[in-house]
Design a protein around this ligand. Structure first.
Ligand SMILES: [Zn+2]
Length: 633
């Protein structure tokens, strides 16, 4: 889910290739793999591993080779600077194309370094926090050698710029974006100052937030054992109400101990957004995000309005949930209560969860299945919680010459299977699009969540076929609640951010509490009683810190996927759909989301488009209701 923080790693520094030899070996292995899988057979559940750890050797053999590589890169960057700085306007289109390819290679080098140290840090923030910060400083200083490239390109006169764009066809979309966003760029010196100060500026607060949250310990439920954030939030899904209530109380208490710190950090982020808006001349605090998402204010506004107008779908569902649970009133800590209609256990092993996900890919597309299987077998995944390991889950796109990395925190809930599907969906997207090269590899956030959410739908659809009655009702409820949190909750967060960023000056924790409470109330109406404790729960949301205004991209992705999935299910030519969909993912960030989605016959600029996705939510709720009426409870 947290591609954002990863993206961030890649925003400030660019990215290449380490020892050529090892990459060739990787490619050779891959060919061998492809040949082995004919005919493709679904793997045996028992053959799946119980736990997985990263194998970072696709990036670097060890820390020594990382250090040597970094030194060499430094020299290459200086050489690139000497060769091209101040000279772009004297190049022919062919020479420019060569320079661009060199730039892309250097960018990938950066990516390899930062991916490696980021993944080390993610798995053990205590041991690698200092190393991560050290490399971030180093890489930023090194990157300042080549940051002239895009800026100088943006400063070329239009005729020459367009000649270059016409020649470098593979990167025309990337270059056109630079041309179009030129007005928000500052001078080279100003950009350098911002970049050089960033590790002690807003990035330092991000790091402080991460490290603080990773090291926070909350009162647990039994004994006097203290537990981490991931674990205590997991307890909100517990069957026993008193466990959930206790988790809510202890989590709030823990967060309140850090009121000053968490309030301060969020205020610093607000200040940073305001300073950047002012310096770069963005129209609104959120404008920078729409630019990097390659979408428009209008399109986002119409999507947000559409979701806000349908919050009543949430109210209706929670009223039914309250009845099913037999409570007089549903409280905030009951939101994730399992319906527990099925008499059997709700937990599942890592092997089971992994198997279910692989099977759903297997039935959709052999290519999808193959990539996911490779992820399991070749060290792409780190599966379980560990002390000082970062919370949540993500898939890091890494660099085109290696492979994506998927971090999970598997705790044995059924929803963890959906997290596996989600992150492997990302990984498949990242793997498919790596042929586009480093500069076209990253997708804007608006389509970055498409593959992941689609993968969750595949898993859900597969489960629908295998289960019935009470157990299926549980799965439906889980899916509906997932959609609620991806679709409606993310818009609540967006509404919250819009409110806090439009205010002037520093806000007090009480102000954040009040706005958070009000915005959440709209999602639940009178179907859920939000307690006062819940008011403080804005303070652990990492997106507000790492990537302001990121959240709506989840809703965007969710609505898009719901529409696409509806198309897939209704399609009489599934092969054709799968092909279009695979091409859509393989294009990565080489085209605008609008152009990519047009291939399916949808236009994201039309408001009716969003209604299609909402229509699918209504269908799901109807199916749930029918199933409920037909099941003896
Ligand atoms: Zn995600």
């Amino acid at each position: 889910m947290i591609k954002d923080s990863v993206k961030k790693t890649q925003q400030t520094q660019t990215k290449e290739k380490q020892g050529k030899k090892s990459f060739e070996t990787i490619k050779d292995n891959k060919k061998a793999n492809e040949n082995q899988h004919k005919p493709l057979k679904l793997i045996d559940k028992k053959a799946l591993p119980k736990e997985l750890h990263f194998d970072l050797s696709a990036l670097f053999k060890d820390e020594d080779s990382l250090a040597t590589f970094t030194q060499q890169l430094d020299k290459k960057l200086q050489a690139f600077k000497d060769k091209y700085q101040g000279k772009l306007s004297t190049l022919t289109p062919n020479m420019f194309d060569d320079a661009l390819k060199e730039y892309e290679k250097l960018s990938e080098d950066f990516g390899a370094i930062m991916t490696y140290v980021f993944l080390k840090f993610a798995v053990d923030s205590k041991k690698y926090g200092a190393m991560y910060a050290d490399y971030e400083l180093k890489c930023n200083a090194m990157y300042s050698n080549i940051m002239f490239f895009e800026l100088e390109f943006a400063d070329l006169d239009s005729k020459l710029m367009n000649d270059f764009i016409a020649k470098s066809t593979q990167h025309s979309f990337f270059l056109s974006n630079i041309r179009d966003n030129k007005k928000y760029k500052l001078s080279l010196q100003e950009e350098q100052v911002i970049l050089n100060l960033s590790p002690v500026g807003v990035d330092a607060f991000s790091r402080l937030f991460d490290e603080s949250l990773a090291n926070m310990r909350f009162d647990g439920i039994k004994d006097s054992k203290k537990i981490g954030e991931e674990e205590i939030l997991g307890l909100l899904h517990a069957e026993q109400r008193k466990v959930r209530k206790m988790a809510q109380k202890n989590f709030t208490k823990g967060l309140k101990k850090h009121t000053h710190l968490l309030t301060y950090i969020l205020n610093m982020v607000r200040k940073n957004v305001a300073i950047m808006q002012n310096m770069r001349g963005y129209e609104k605090p959120e404008s920078f995000r729409h630019i990097s998402n390659q979408t428009t204010q209008e399109s986002v506004d119409s999507m947000v309005a559409c979701v806000n107008a349908n919050m009543n779908l949430v109210h209706g569902y929670y009223r039914v949930k309250r009845q099913l649970l037999g409570y007089k009133e549903l409280k905030d800590y009951d939101r994730y209560a399992p319906l527990g209609l099925a008499k059997k256990k709700v937990s599942m092993s890592f092997q089971e969860a992994l198997y279910d996900t692989l099977r759903s890919f297997y039935h959709f597309s052999p290519r999808f299945y193959e990539i996911a299987k490779e992820a399991v077998e070749c060290g792409w995944i780190d599966s379980h919680p560990k002390p000082a390991k970062r919370g949540g889950a993500f898939s890091h796109g890494s660099v085109p010459n290696a492979h994506p990395y998927v971090m999970l925190n598997f705790t044995g809930n059924r929803r963890d299977a959906f997290t596996i599907a989600h992150e492997l969906g990302h990984a498949i997207h990242q793997e498919l699009s790596k042929t586009q090269g480093t500069l076209n590899h990253d997708t804007p956030l608006t389509t970055a969540e498409t593959a992941s959410v689609f993968a969750e739908m595949l898993l859900f659809d597969d489960m629908k076929k295998r289960l019935k009655g009470r157990e299926l009702l549980d799965i439906y409820a889980g899916k509906i609640e997932d959609i609620f949190s991806t679709l409606f909750r993310q818009i609540v967060m967006t509404n919250f951010e819009r409110k806090i960023h439009e205010q002037q000056g520093e806000l007090k924790s009480d102000d954040f509490d009040r706005i958070w409470f009000q915005e959440n109330q709209k999602m639940f109406g009178n179907s859920v009683h939000l307690t006062n404790k819940y008011a403080r729960w804005w303070s652990y949301i990492p997106h507000f810190i790492h990537s302001p205004f990121y959240c709506y991209a989840y809703s965007y992705g969710q609505l898009l996927v719901l529409a696409l999935f509806g198309l897939y299910k209704k399609s009489s030519n599934k092969e054709q759909f799968i092909q279009t969909y695979t091409e859509f993912l393989s294009a990565g960030g080489s085209k605008s989301p609008r152009d990519l989605i047009l291939a399916f016959g949808f236009d994201v600029n039309e408001s009716a488009f969003w209604e299609v996705g909402i229509g699918e939510v209504k269908t799901l709720l109807r199916e749930f209701e029918v199933l409920l009426n037909n099941t003896a409870l």
